[in-house]
Structures are given as structure tokens and as C-alpha cells.
Design a protein around this ligand. Structure first.
Ligand code: PHE
Ligand code: NA
Length: 506
């Protein structure tokens, strides 16, 4: 008698969890800046086209694989074709690497949530983040590139984040993961919604919105804008590296896939646009206070936006502490839901291959990740390491994995028709042949263009002026590690016969 697979309690639980995974730091600090730099209001056109021709089609592919073959990435892909298990482990390795540094950013946000209450960052927010808080070493200068000088202010919240992750995942898909998303998703909307509405009433907000939305149609002819659009939709939906395969495997046999998929994709986009409004209204206010134009502001994306620019803005506001707490609270919640989803990918695959119980897997995976997180990223050189690993994992690792999904399933194994029939057999909204075209032809072509242009720029220009050897070790080394981990884990023996787990009746 096959073991029964864990399931989400129903459609709502699945949708909230999938949206919880998709909505992350990328929505809050990546989309607004990317849209602003790539044509403002005009960016919506390439963005929507990218969403419809690559983001959503690959999302459906993930769903089809996970639901039909009912397994974490390695098990599900092995059931498609035995040797495809390797791609599954490659995806697990990516999720593991991302989890190890993503948790650190959540820890920073947790600290800054606390600092909001007394505006602890003072007037020099740049100095506060890099100096007082992170205690950054003079990397590349007098200090080494790697130290074991731990920063307690980072280490303590980081330990908390990992403890919470272990506790939630040990409780299970329906009783842990889904419950957290059920509470945090509405709470995130409430907190972030309050923040956006408040920001709209700040002096200067309109200038910020004008800066963001004024369309520059000339960009439509710029291939880099299209690359930016494809890479944003692809990054923001977290498709092609195992997360959605895993989540879809926890849906009931007869669950609708495509309609919830559209709900997930468009909720995520709505949140991006919404975040764009909040962030740029805030930036407009900051520019107004400083008597400069919005275009003159620096630090409008990434950690710089969140941990340097935003604190400055919060300090200038009436009732700043409330605004700061809402902002950093939102970052913590959005980040935590995404973190849960990537760690679940790792935990589920170890449960299945090695026969570990859910609790064993959550604890072991959680503790190993936590230790690595602490060693690599909670020291005085942590920021540089994090920045580098993030760049390579996101721009090389994830893209390679998605291309492999499309090419191996679509070209080599020719299984897209089977996946399409599966989607259509269970879903209310059917997908036509255009879907296969997007997954087999268009998606991989655009992704390959993205990958090549990124590799060329990383090889030619390096990254952030970091030393070449450092990029080889921490950046390219990470990619090599992904392949090695995938190889080793694939070669290991299944402790449990894969057939023990229930499968779709064929
Ligand atoms: N898609 C998420 C975002 O837009 C980021 C993420 C990365 C989520 C990795 C899960 C895993 O922020
Ligand atoms: Na997202």
C-alpha cells in the first residue's frame, strides 16, 4: 500500500502558499527599480508579454510535472525519466544555496523592524547599515575577503529565522506551511496596503509616481529592456527550479491547476505594481525633503533601497516608526513565506530519497543550512559573499535549470503534449498548442539569450569591482558546486523504493 502524500487542505491553501512563495523581496525592491530604469510606464508592455509567453507557461509546466508525477523535484522528474532525477537535484541544490543567504536578508529585516521603533539608524543611514550594523570589513583593502568575525546583531535574528523555519516545516504542509501562509498573506496585504496608502499622501508622492509611470516608448526597441522584462517575470514567479513542482505535488489528484496558476501569477504582478507605487511615492517624498529631483536619488533598488534609503525616508516622516515597522515587517513576512517554500523543496527531496521523516528532514536540513548561513554570511565579510552568491545563483543557476526543464522535457524527451493533456484533464481553463510553443521554443530561446548576455558581462566586466579570484571561488564556484551536488545526490542509493510513494494512476 503506497504511502499517502501530504496535501494542501484545498485550493485556497494552495493559492495562498504559492502566492506567499512568489511574493518576496523581488516584488518589493527589485520590480520598482527595474521598471523605472527600463521605460517606466512603457515597461508594462514587455513585462506583460514576458509574463504571458514565458513566466506563466513555465509555471504551468512546473505544475504539470509536480502534479502528474507527485513528488519533490528529484522524484517527480525521475518518474518522467530516470536520468532526469539529476536535474531535480540540481534544483534542490539551487534552493539550498538560495535559502542559505535569503534567510540572512530576513534576519536583517527583522533587526531593522526592531530598530524602527526608536529610529536607531540616526542620520547617517548608510554608515549605520554598513558600519554599526553589519560591521563590514574593508574587503579588498586592509582586511581579508573572508573572516570568522561574527556579528551578533545579525547572528541572533538569523538563528531565530532558522528556528522558526524548522518549526513550521516540521509541522507539515497543511498544518505548518499552509497555516503560516494563511495568516501572513492577509497580514502582509494589510501592512503593506497601509504603507502604500500612507505613502500616497506624503508631499512629493506625485513626483515619485510620475517618475515611475511616465512612459518612455523608445525603450521598446532596446533588446536589453526585453531581457530585463523576461528576467524580472521569471525571477518574480520563481519558476523552473523546483518550488512549484514541489507545491503542485501536494495538491489533490483532481485539483484544478491552470486557473489557480493564473490567480497566483497575476496576484504576484499586482503586488509588484502595488509595491512600485508605495516605493516611488516614498522616494518622491524623500526627493522633496532633500530638495532634489527623483532622478537624482541613488540607491533605489535592492538592499540599498531597503536598508539605507528607506530608513532615511522613515526618519523624515511624521510617525516614522509606524511606517518603518510596517515596511520592515512586510519584508520579514514576504521573505519568510518565500524562504519556507525553498527549504521545503530541500526537505521534501531528502524525505523521499533517504526515507527521513518530515521532522528529521526539517531539523537536519534546517540545522545544516543555519550553520552555513552563520559561517558564510553573519560575519564582517558576509555582505560581499551574499551579494556574489546571489548574483551567480540567480542569474546563472536558476536560468540554467529553467532552460534544462524546457529543453529536456520539450526537445529531448518530447513530453510537453503529455503535460498539456494532463493540465487540460484536471483544469477548467485549457491550454492550447501555443503553450507548448512557448515552453519548447520561445522560453528557452529568450532564456538562453539572457544567460549568454549575463555570462559575457560577468566574464568581461566582473562584478562590483570584486577581485577576479574571489568571483571565481564564490561565484563560479557556487555554480560548480551545484553540479557536483546534483551528481553526488543522484548517484546515491534510494533508501526507499521510489515506487513506495503514491503516483498518478497510469
Ligand atoms: N520570487 C521571489 C521574489 O520575487 C523570490 C524568491 C526567490 C522566492 C527564491 C523563492 C525562492 O522575491
Ligand atoms: Na515575486
Amino acid at each position: 500500500e503506497p504511502e499517502k502524500r501530504e496535501e494542501f487542505s484545498g485550493q485556497l491553501g494552495f493559492i495562498l502558499s504559492a502566492v506567499g512563495s512568489a511574493v518576496g523581496l523581488g516584488n518589493i525592491w527589485r520590480f520598482p527599480g527595474v521598471a523605472y530604469e527600463n521605460g517606466g510606464g512603457a515597461f508594462i508592455v514587455p513585462y506583460l508579454i514576458a509574463l504571458l509567453t514565458a513566466g506563466i507557461p513555465i509555471l504551468f509546466l512546473d505544475y504539470a510535472v509536480g502534479h502528474r508525477f507527485r513528488g519533490s523535484a528529484p522524484l517527480a522528474l525521475r518518474r518522467v525519466k530516470r536520468w532526469l532525477e539529476g536535474l531535480g537535484w540540481f534544483q534542490v541544490a539551487i534552493c539550498f544555496v538560495i535559502a542559505v543567504y535569503y534567510a540572512v536578508i530576513i534576519a536583517w529585516a527583522l533587526s531593522f523592524f526592531v530598530y524602527s521603533f526608536d529610529l536607531r539608524w540616526g542620520d547617517d543611514t548608510v554608515g549605520f547599515f554598513t558600519g554599526d550594523y553589519l560591521q563590514l570589513a574593508d574587503v579588498g583593502g586592509a582586511d581579508p575577503w573572508f573572516t570568522l568575525d561574527f556579528v551578533p546583531a545579525v547572528l541572533i535574528p538569523l538563528a531565530l529565522v532558522w528556528a522558526a523555519t524548522i518549526a513550521v516545516l516540521a509541522a507539515g504542509v497543511a498544518k505548518g506551511l499552509e497555516k503560516i501562509n494563511l495568516v501572513f498573506m492577509p497580514l502582509l496585504l494589510l501592512a503593506f496596503g497601509t504603507l502604500v496608502v500612507r505613502a500616497l499622501f506624503l508631499p512629493g508622492a506625485a513626483d515619485g509616481l510620475n517618475a515611475l509611470f511616465t512612459p518612455d516608448w523608445a525603450v521598446m526597441a532596446d533588446p536589453n529592456v526585453w531581457i530585463a522584462a523576461y528576467s524580472q517575470t521569471f525571477f518574480t514567479l520563481s519558476v523552473g527550479f523546483g518550488i512549484m513542482i514541489t507545491y503542485a505535488s501536494y495538491r489533490a489528484r483532481r485539483a484544478n491547476l491552470t486557473s489557480p496558476g493564473l490567480v497566483v501569477a497575476f496576484s504576484n504582478s499586482a503586488f509588484e505594481v502595488f509595491a512600485g507605487i508605495g516605493v516611488f511615492a516614498g522616494l518622491g517624498f524623500l526627493a522633496h525633503q532633500e530638495g532634489v529631483g527623483v532622478a537624482d536619488l541613488e540607491g533605489i533598488t535592492g538592499p540599498t533601497l531597503a536598508f539605507m534609503t528607506f530608513p532615511a525616508l522613515v526618519s523624515e516622516m511624521p510617525a516614522g516608526p509606524v511606517f518603518g515597522a510596517l515596511f520592515f515587517g512586510s519584508l520579514v513576512m514576504a521573505g519568510f513565506m518565500s524562504l519556507l517554500s525553498i527549504v521545503q523543496v530541500v526537505s521534501a527531496s531528502f524525505q523521499e530519497k533517504f526515507g527521513w521523516s518530515r521532522r528529521q528532514a526539517s531539523l537536519r536540513v534546517g540545522v545544516v543550512s543555519a550553520v552555513l548561513s552563520v559561517l558564510a554570511f553573519s560575519t564582517t565579510t558576509g555582505l560581499v559573499a551574499l551579494d556574489t552568491v546571489d548574483q551567480w545563483a540567480n542569474n546563472i543557476g536558476i536560468v540554467v535549470s529553467a532552460i534544462a526543464m524546457c529543453v529536456l522535457l520539450g526537445w529531448v524527451l518530447r513530453r510537453t503534449e503529455e503535460m498539456r493533456f494532463h493540465l487540460n484533464a484536471v483544469s477548467t481553463i485549457g491550454v492550447g498548442r501555443w503553450w507548448a510553443f512557448c515552453v519548447v521554443v520561445l522560453g528557452p530561446v529568450v532564456l538562453a539569450a539572457m544567460l549568454v548576455s549575463r555570462i559575457v558581462s560577468l566574464v568581461q566586466d566582473g562584478y562590483e569591482g570584486y577581485a577576479g579570484w574571489y568571483l571565481v571561488v564564490m561565484g563560479w564556484g557556487t555554480v560548480v558546486l551545484l553540479f557536483v551536488a546534483a551528481l553526488v545526490l543522484t548517484r546515491m542509493r534510494w533508501r526507499v523504493e521510489p515506487d513506495v510513494y503514491d503516483a498518478w494512476p497510469t
